[in-house]
Design a protein around this ligand. Structure first.
Ligand code: ADP
Ligand code: MG
Length: 319
């Protein structure tokens, strides 16, 4: 039997939900609710750039989908289905079985079934491309240009842990096994708040997922919405595993560390109670960290009002 087809049949052909046409035909087919638009996004994960070659394959399967689910959540879209394209240097059955297990576990949890993809042999390392599809009423989507002066700025989850884990694994921080143990899952198995993202549709104004660092990503909202922001540093949700580390290191990880896959969004101050109730319903940790202001630029302040200098950090693939 053809190895490619055998591989697809063995690892990536779980049945699609009723009403869907999944893996096995030239296209997958699936319905979208009346009045909704399809929200779609894609992310590449490249060995040596986005993940270490020896990373746990189950965690990698999880993360490949997670980094896409955060984009749907950031738009206020409900997950509908996903596609997985894999380019592999060789067929490693142990790796594939674990990768598929991790991928399907999160696909089941988020109700985002795998309905197709592509599988090829790569020249060098492993390349993973996932495309997600979701649904959202277009007038309710959280666009980056929708922030309004006076809006609250909110962040889900916590900040900084993934960045510290990455620095430890890269040898950029002195070895610290207990710190790595406490931060590693943030880097390797991020859990974006997809249910809460969907609840925010029609309630929040602007939103995005934090992938390249809070300062850089919030900057996208400020630019698109032609406004500025005041952030209260003490209100930022620092990951508990970072407490006790050097204050400058924490600040750097929290403000500019990437790989977070949590949401930053803005909403009217009149909707505070409603938003906190939605976060409770979705079991999501939520912090109100600042305000949208008219004066352009992002200012981070300590509790005494002093400005905190923000490094030019944030991830740039081409820097
Ligand atoms: P085609 O030749 O039409 O591109 P393929 O032979 O590449 O089709 O794929 C056969 C079927 O398997 C298609 O339905 C495709 O969507 C699906 N498929 C291929 N690779 C994957 C994968 N990694 N995950 C899920 N579905 C896959
Ligand atoms: Mg193909």
């Amino acid at each position: 039997m053809n190895i490619e087809f055998d591989l697809i049949a063995r690892y990536f052909s779980r049945p699609a939900p009723p009403g869907f046409l999944g893996v096995g035909d030239d296209c997958a087919l699936f319905p979208v609710k009346p009045g909704y638009h399809l929200a779609t996004s894609t992310d590449l994960l490249i060995e040596g750039r986005h993940f270490f070659a020896d990373v746990d394959p189950a965690a990698l399967g999880h993360k490949s989908l997670a980094v896409n689910l955060s984009d749907l959540a950031a738009m206020g879209a409900q997950p509908v289905a996903c596609l997985l394209s894999l380019s592999l240097p060789a067929v490693d059955h142990h790796w594939l079985a674990a990768f598929a297990e991790g991928f399907y576990a999160l696909a089941d949890q988020s109700a985002c079934p795998l309905i197709g993809g592509d599988t090829t042999r790569s020249v060098t390392g492993t390349v993973i491309s996932v495309t997600v599809m979701g649904q959202v009423r277009p007038q309710e989507a959280l666009r980056r240009s929708a922030a309004m002066v006076g809006d609250d700025i909110w962040i889900t989850g916590t900040l900084g842990a993934a960045d510290i884990a990455l620095r430890l694994l890269q040898g950029k921080l002195p070895a610290n096994p207990s710190l790595l143990a406490n931060t590693r899952s943030a880097l390797e198995k991020p859990l974006p708040p997809w249910t809460f993202g969907e609840y925010l549709a029609g309630v929040a104004h602007a939103g995005l997922d934090i992938s390249d660092g809070l300062v850089q990503d919030l900057g996208h909202i400020l630019k698109a919405s032609r406004c500025g922001a005041e952030i209260n540093y003490e209100a930022l949700p620092i990951a508990p595993a970072l407490l006790g580390l050097d204050a400058r290191l924490i600040q750097d990880a929290v403000l500019t560390g990437g790989d977070v896959y949590q949401l930053c969004f803005t909403a009217s101050a009149a909707d505070r109670q409603r938003i906190m109730a939605l976060a409770g319903r979705a079991s999501v940790q939520l912090a109100r960290v600042g305000q949208i202001v008219a004066e352009p630029g992002l200012r981070v302040r300590a509790s005494d009002g002093a400005l905190i200098t923000v490094g030019n950090g944030g991830f740039d693939h081409f820097s």
